[in-house]
Design a protein. Structure first.
Ligand SMILES: [Zn+2]
Length: 645
């Protein structure tokens, strides 16, 4: 076996998450995302890497989608309906409910507004979603006889999950996006100590240790408040679902508290749909929301009203939440174009923006007025203030280290981050945890060595027999040791006759030393493999009946002649047989060695040794069932009389 990983997207990059993992002969696609920064074929992962002949269903065993963000699921209908993948797709129930809404929204922007072609249709989204199998948190699903998957809570956004996939004894955890600190509406990620062979983690904030959440929230509210007080307009580009629900809770209660009446708007009808799903999947939110929900629905906002396009030109201060979050299209970009030239206004980007989006361009030189290219035809002079407040729920460096500690992986692989930050974090992980850490680019394969341990069932008959034989063989050694010890202690007793025996070291006290339990035992049996999952070590008699074959008895005879130049050993009064008997006595208890007559010795009633004095030759007879005993005796023979030529 062994594990192979190749990112088709999110390798040393953020966006277009798609990681192909092979565990043994099973191939899993984790996430099937699109890249917000591209409008050509690069927006989707390069699926030809999986199969040049489009044999996707045959090659992949399943697809797992971690959460509804488009950079994790945006390419799914394209892959299933246009590339032809027809196998199982797994995601949580909230993800399954929300994904089609976001896909349709994205399709509308790309096709209806921008006129893009070669795109999936509304029907394709529906057909694709029909193939999805929902998985509950902590539920284990057997994809087939060998591959099983389990979902864990990831925080991040409603319905987000991390996934544990196992084949035989090898396993992988893929995090998707997650956060290790709870927020206003979701809990923090959690996983069992599953000790996977490989943990694949996101690294969006690999080098950041974010200041306290409260500090960031205060900063956010202060900036918004100051701006509207001076008559400015605040634009907050957001994803329709996720952080925005948290920010709405935050700003709505602040407005209430401060008794403010500056209007707050939320663009598009998506807000209502989003809030509907939060209510529907309330069990996925954090404890506090669940509790207050009884008294007041946290997602029914008092101060936030739906936005109408003409309001963008209305005079006076206002706050607007508008999608999409990276300012690459849609309402947020339209409004930004109108508001950006006025220095009274402000744009707060509460998340991460991928390279190629307007949001990313704004953040990469947030030092005052700037000329920003909106598209090939439009350049905009930006005079409004630009702020980035990291509210997006990703694990920071501390959180990533926490997850490693929690899950105890043997290897770590970083995706969904920037190369330089990954390099830094990778060094830190290798140093702190002593495990190998990788961060491959897209299309680069990483091979993880498999663990060499293969579990084997052992028959109780074989085990009992071997324990018995082992203890018999060792009781001789043990008795000798005990005898030596007693003699030694008796001597000591005489030497220290004045002293009380109890003053001696406890280990030295007579008869205290008990026989140590058997912790390691060499076992010899027959390994029967019916399939990979089911290996059994059996007693030879069991193996033959298990496999319905006849038990064959083979008898062997071996002649061993003492070399003439080795006469020295036999010139004494003892002959060869006596010498060998002595040696065997060191190995086995007396009652297992039977001297039949002058020239014949029988060991354990199983191996017969004869000695011809004239020829100076041993003749040994044994059967194939007593190979080990014979080989032990033969070793003694060689040790005593030299190797046979
Ligand atoms: Zn996400």
């Amino acid at each position: 076996m062994g594990i192979k990983v190749v990112p088709l997207g999110a390798g040393q990059d953020v966006g277009r998450s798609c990681v192909i993992v092979s565990i043994g002969n099973k191939n899993i696609m984790f996430d099937c995302g699109m890249h917000m920064g591209y409008h050509d074929e690069r927006r989707f992962p390069d699926f030809s890497f999986i199969s040049k002949t489009k044999q996707f269903t045959k090659t992949l065993d399943c697809i797992i989608i971690t959460h509804f963000h488009l950079d994790h699921c945006g390419a799914l209908p394209y892959f299933t309906e246009m590339c032809g993948y027809d196998g199982p797709i797994y995601m949580t129930l909230p993800t399954k409910a929300i994904v089609p809404i976001l896909l349709e929204d994205y399709r509308k922007i790309s096709v209806d507004r921008k006129g893009e072609t070669n795109f999936f249709t509304p029907q394709m989204i529906k057909d694709c979603m029909k193939k999805v199998i929902p998985i509950a948190l902590h539920q284990t699903i057997k994809v087939d006889d060998e591959l099983s998957i389990k979902a864990y809570y990831a925080g991040h956004v409603l319905g987000a999950a991390m996934f544990y996939a196992k084949v035989g004894e090898e396993s992988v955890v893929y995090t998707g996006d997650y956060n290790m600190t709870p927020d206003r509406h979701l809990g923090s990620a959690w996983i069992d100590q599953v000790r996977p062979n490989l943990l694949i983690t996101e690294t969006t904030y690999a080098t950041t240790i974010r200041d306290s959440k409260r500090g960031r929230e205060r900063d956010f509210l202060k900036r918004v408040h100051e701006c509207v007080e001076k008559g400015g307009k605040v634009l907050i580009p957001v994803f329709a679902l996720g952080r925005v629900q948290e920010l709405c809770i935050l700003i709505d209660s602040y407005w209430e508290q401060m008794n403010l009446n500056v209007p707050i708007y939320f663009s598009e009808g998506l807000a209502e749909k989003a809030n509907f799903y939060y209510k529907l999947f309330i069990t996925w939110t954090n404890q506090k929301i669940k509790q207050t929900f009884v008294k007041r629905n946290m997602f029914d906002f008092k101060h936030i009203k739906p936005f109408d396009r003409h309001l963008a030109d209305a005079p006076g201060p206002m706050v607007l939440f508008a999608t999409p979050g990276m300012l690459h299209a849609g309402a947020s970009l339209e409004v930004f174009k109108k508001w950006a030239p006025n220095e009274l206004n402000m744009t707060i980007i509460p998340g991460y923006c991928v390279v190629g989006t307007v949001g990313n361009k704004l953040l990469s030189n947030a030092g005052g007025p700037q000329m920003v290219e909106i598209d090939k035809k439009t350049t905009l002079e930006v005079k409004c203030k630009i702020h980035n407040l990291s509210f997006s729920a990703h694990a920071d460096a501390k959180g990533i280290m926490q997850l490693i500690k929690m899950s105890q992986p043997k290897n770590v692989l970083l995706v969904h981050g920037e190369k330089e930050k990954m390099r830094y974090l990778s060094d830190k992980i290798s140093k702190d945890f002593g495990v190998p850490c990788y961060f491959p680019a897209n299309g680069v394969t990483v091979n993880i060595e498999s663990s060499k341990l293969i579990p084997i069932d052992i028959s109780s008959k074989l085990l009992k027999r071997q324990i018995l034989e082992y203890s018999q063989a060792n009781s001789k050694q043990f008795e000798d040791q005990q005898q030596q010890q007693q003699t030694h202690q008796q001597q000591q007793k005489q030497d220290n006759s004045d002293e009380n025996i109890n003053n001696l070291d406890p280990d030295e006290q007579p008869f205290k030393k008990i026989r140590s339990p058997i912790t390691q035992l060499p076992i010899q049996g027959i390994l029967v493999a019916k399939d990979y999952q089911n290996l059994k070590l059996l007693d030879p008699s069991e193996a033959s009946s298990e496999l319905s074959i006849n038990n064959i008895n083979l008898n062997y005879i071996l002649n061993y002649k003492i070399q003439t130049n080795n006469k020295s050993t036999t010139t004494s009064a003892m002959d060869g047989l006596e010498i060998l008997q002595d040696r065997i006595t060191e190995l086995l208890p007396h009652d297992q060695i039977n001297r039949i007559n002058q020239s014949q010795l029988v060991i354990k009633n199983q191996v017969v040794i004869q000695f011809d004095k004239v020829q100076q030759q041993f003749t040994i007879r044994w059967s194939n069932h007593h190979e080990q005993l014979f080989s032990d005796i033969y070793k003694l023979l060689e040790k005593q009389f030299g190797e046979q030529l």
